[in-house]
Design a protein. Structure first.
Length: 193
């Protein structure tokens, strides 16, 4: 068991194997049905969304507030190791969430109605628009500025400080947007709008 848990890749793979075993043991799922395949697509969308928003909240609730408390000699570990890795998963989780969400909306036949905020799918539509704004922020504002702030792209000290502030403020905008976005995503299914 320790060999599984000491490797993130093996741990995640074991989680998927456990899931498959549970689903097969339940025996009531038709794995070839359209309904099951649609469910799996939605589940993958939710899983990637959890990673995306979880990292967004990690940055805003943990990393950013903790940075002033970290001694200067330890900050390079954050800036050179932890932040670039977290930002990699953050960017790609945002992309996966959007792609899987769009595929879910298209396959289930409500993409056009949701994007045009039609009655009956207005909540999911608002959630989708907020998520698209957030994903845009991740890829086109936060990431380019974080590359400067972390020294991945060389810039002058004042440009580095400005980029760090822009990335932080945009990340805070995404944190603000994540609250109504998540509500709207869940509200659509549960009639909360």
């Amino acid at each position: 068991m320790a060999s599984i848990l000491t490797s993130l890749g093996r741990t995640v793979a074991a989680g998927f194997v456990l899931l498959i075993l549970i689903v097969l043991a339940a025996g009531s799922v038709d794995l070839a049905s359209d309904g099951w395949q649609r469910f799996v697509l939605r589940w993958l969308h939710v899983m990637s969304g959890i990673l995306w928003i979880g990292l967004l909240w990690y940055f805003n609730f943990v990393q950013i507030p903790s940075m002033p408390k970290i001694p200067d000699e330890h900050k390079p570990a954050i800036g050179k190791v932890i932040a670039p890795t977290a930002l990699f998963w953050f960017r790609w989780a945002a992309a996966a969430t959007v792609v899987l969400g769009l595929l879910t909306a298209i396959i289930n036949g409500y993409a056009h109605q949701a994007f045009t905020l039609q009655p009956g799918v207005q909540a999911i539509g608002i959630g989708m628009w907020l998520a698209l704004i957030m994903a845009f922020n991740v890829w086109f504002i936060i990431w380019p500025n974080q590359k400067k702030a972390l020294g991945i792209v060389a810039v002058e000290a004042d440009a580095k400080a400005k980029a760090a502030r822009t990335a932080m403020l945009t990340s805070r905008i995404n944190t603000l947007l994540s609250v109504p976005m998540l509500y709207m995503m869940v509200a659509q299914q549960n009639g909360g709008l």
